[in-house]
Write a protein that binds this ligand. Structure first.
Ligand code: TPP
Length: 632
């Protein structure tokens, strides 16, 4: 490639002319397709910001100037332009580049991200500290129209409108969140983009207003009001202007010279600027342009056909959740499905296809989703809020203050609980037990397989109190699914096999690991091991655990969650309250650190969430000798 191998820094980029930049943009797109076809990743968002990223690095000078990418899934091009082209093929791989901006990865990554709608707040922070220091660099937030639906973005806009500091907000408007974008703001942007009267150049219109004659005081005021309402009708972006930002746009986000122009022209303005850039998600790769939702975050695929290479073999937990929710919706018309911009990811889309009036996509607004659900539940409905474990972190206070305190029977379906793999530390769902289990009135549970998920969902809707079900990303175990849904007794675990010496007390997907470990311990050391499916983290099955502890020399808790505040911690707290022999308990969980990105198999092995490690822990604690060795 002509430029890709040569551009090692933003300085190199500045030596290119417009024609060369265009050639370079093709090379970048080709590389993006090649790498994501191999590794998977956020292809469509990145294809959409090739010209925008080039223009930003052409006009501005990172790391002095700060570019803050919202969510950060569209920062691959930025990575390529800031000296990371050669490593791009390692992206999202264990030990390789992160799929998101990361301060520890490069000085050009001003602010880490992964969760949505943080960029404007971060930019305001950097603008304020710049001014405190008397420095002069620019701060630029790049935010998508999807991310603009998040409450934090509005909080920050409100604040900067008041503060009036020099900074730039670039709205990358492609009409898509992951699914088509929703909400009043999205409709407003649609009008700005598509109404021909809006397209008139704003400066012309303002000039025209200045020419409207004004006679007398009353007339003046009336004319002023008229001007205001005319302006409202004709000038794009009035909403942002009213908030105190200077609006520019809409700008064609694939026209490099238009982008460079608007960035140059706004560079020195000493106020908050809002530049509305219109892009096409998936631009330049036909399959991604056609189905930008599928190519938002895609698994490895065939470049020629756009077909995903390893289609799933078994239904995922999400599939089973969606089908069960539909079944429950059929049985009870009070059942509602709520998603925060993750309709496909959570399966709420499927429920919506069946019950269009009872499904609600609120945009990237987890906090709003939870409080809204609280009201619905208090008003006699049965809302099921399906939010990934990691994104529900956003709504902690709403869970405490609006749901639990009022004992609103909201059901939380926490998809992607546990390690999620390639997206890494921003996306691993490993804190949910800790942030949920200490809240009064909450029920917290995890199914051992997708069939148990069905019963848990049904049970959660029966308990008449807030209840959370956490389940992992990806395929289920392929177990048969019971048609009839049964009520699981609240707070009761399940003994899967009764043995002696050692009891493995596992939660959720770790039950399978416990069963494998039990088999290994039997085969290698002749032990018959007890395996318990805990089912509930709250309330715990106190009687069962106390009784089982007294029967065994060693009890090992196993969970796909951080150690602090998790399942094992709950078990230890409870046992200690009862004065039981807590020294017999050993916990296997994730350590007190952020777990990096990489394939889940690699991560699970590294962090000991595998049968071999369970065996090793048991062997060490019990000081076991292998049977064969013992005989020799
Ligand atoms: C708090 C939070 N909720 C949900 C998500 C999942 N998510 C990642 S990207 C995305 C859509 C973002 O849309 P937009 O900002 O328009 O960017 P685009 O991909 O269209 O460029 C969503 C919902 C997230 N990252 N953070």
């Amino acid at each position: 490639m002509q430029f890709l191998d040569k551009i090692k820094s933003p300085q190199d980029l500045k030596r290119l002319d417009l024609a060369a930049l265009k050639v370079f943009s093709h090379e970048i797109r080709q590389k993006l397709v090649e790498v994501t076809a191999q590794n998977g990743g956020h292809l469509a968002p990145n294809l959409g910001v090739v010209e925008l990223s080039l223009a930003l690095h052409y006009v501005y000078q990172t790391p002095e100037d700060k570019i803050i990418w919202d969510v950060g899934h569209q920062a691959y091009v930025h990575k390529m332009l800031t000296g990371r082209s050669d490593e791009l093929n390692t992206i999202r791989q264990y030990g390789g580049l992160s799929g998101f901006p990361k301060r520890s990865e490069s000085v050009h990554d001003a602010f880490g991200a992964g969760h949505s709608s943080t960029s404007i707040s971060a930019a305001v922070g950097f603008a304020l500290t710049r001014d405190l220091r008397g420095e002069n660099h620019q701060v630029i937030a790049v935010i998508g129209d999807g991310a603009m639906t998040g409450g934090m973005a509005f909080e920050a806009l409100n604040n900067i409108g008041h503060l009036q500091r020099r900074m730039i907000i670039i709205l990358n408007d492609n009409e898509m969140s992951i699914d088509p974008n929703v909400g009043g703001m999205s409709e407003y942007l649609n009008r700005v983009r598509s109404d021909p009267s809006y397209i008139k150049h704003k400066e012309d219109i303002e000039l025209l207003f200045k020419k409207i004659p004004t006679i007398g005081d009353k007339m003046f005021q009336a004319a002023d009001r008229l001007k205001d309402s005319l302006k409202y009708l004709l000038v794009p972006g009035t909403f942002f202007e009213e908030l105190g930002l200077k609006y520019f746009g809409p700008v064609n986000g694939h026209d490099l010279s238009a982008l460079i122009n608007v960035l140059e022209n706004t560079k020195k303005l000493n106020k908050p600027i809002f530049i509305h850039v219109v892009t096409r998600k998936g631009k330049g790769y036909a399959p991604a342009e056609k189905t930008p939702d599928l190519f938002h975050g895609v698994s490895p695929f065939d470049i020629k056909t756009g077909q995903v290479l390893a289609p799933k073999r078994r239904p995922t937990y999400t599939d089973v959740f969606a089908d069960t929710l539909i079944q429950l919706g059929e049985q009870d018309e009070r059942v509602l499905g709520i998603t925060a911009a993750m309709g496909q990811g959570t399966g709420i889309n499927k429920f919506e296809q069946r019950f269009s009036q009872r499904a609600f996509d609120v945009g990237i607004a987890e906090q709003h989703a939870v409080t809204m659900a609280a009201a619905m539940a208090l008003d006699g409905y049965k809302p099921v809020v399906a939010i990934y474990s990691t994104f529900l972190q956003r709504a902690y206070d709403q869970i405490v203050h609006d749901v639990a305190l009022q004992k609103a029977p909201v059901v939380f379906a926490l998809d992607r609980a546990g390690l999620v793999g390639d997206d890494g530390p921003t996306h691993h769902g490993v804190f949910d037990l800790a942030y949920l289990r200490h809240i009064p009135h909450m029920v917290v549970m995890a199914p051992k397989d997708e069939n148990e998920l069905r019963h848990m969902l049904y049970s959660a809707l029966c308990y008449e109190q807030p209840a959370a079900v956490r389940y992992p990303r990806g395929e289920g175990l392929g177990v048969p699914l019971d048609e009839k849904l049964t009520l699981l007794p609240l707070g009761k675990g399940e003994i899967l096999q009764q043995g002696q010496t050692v009891a493995l007390l596992a939660l959720g997907a770790m039950v399978t690991i416990a069963q494998q470990a039990a088999e290994l311990l039997h085969r290698l050391y002749g032990l018959t091991v007890t395996v318990i499916n805990a089912r509930f983290v709250k309330p715990l099955d106190e009687a069962l655990l106390l009784e089982q502890l007294s029967r065994h020399q060693l009890m090992i808790t196993i969970e796909e969650h951080i150690l602090a505040g998790g399942f094992g911690a709950a078990v230890l707290e409870m046992l200690s309250e009862h004065g039981a022999e807590t020294q017999k308990v050993c916990r296997i969980a994730l350590p007190d650190e952020f777990i990096p990105h990489g394939k889940t198999e690699i991560l699970k092995e590294k962090y000991g969430l595998c049968a071999e490690n369970v065996v090793q822990v048991a062997v060490e604690k019990l000081n076991l000798q292998k049977e064969a060795e013992g005989l020799s």
